[in-house]
Write a new protein. Sequence first.
Length: 165
Amino acid sequence: MTPTPQATASPLPDSVVALQAEPGHLIRRAHQLAVSTFHETHGRQITPVQYAILRALQDAPGIDQVTLADKVALDTSTTADIATRLEAKGWIVRELLPRRQRALRLTPEGEAVLAHMLPRVVPMYRQLLQPLEPAEQAEFLRLLRKFVHLNTPSSGDPYSGKPEV
């Protein structure tokens, strides 16, 4: 088998890489920084994944749980679990549809939670990306979108979908 040009141009050596240079470790650390910044900004009453679900429901009220799972890149079991928790908080309602599907919508309380959070979202991300120069921020976000898109099964939306396992 002939190696692809991308594989031969890899910046990773063929031998063991220091932990701090491993892509998986760096991605995990970036995730830790993002979650920490999220909690510093919004507190611990809501998680980043719960926020993503609320935002998806704001964008597409009444979608079913399977579609929601795809939009927020989660499996359907996890999405159902989180939806149950959000319903218990009074932030969403789940209506039973034919074929045992459920349509989800924000409640007025859920809309209020988002309304309180949204003005702080952009400043939060500015703080997170602040160590990078503006051009580096744009490049970092471009590369993140590309990385996620290339590792996401084909769908109509390059920014949605869960990775194949």
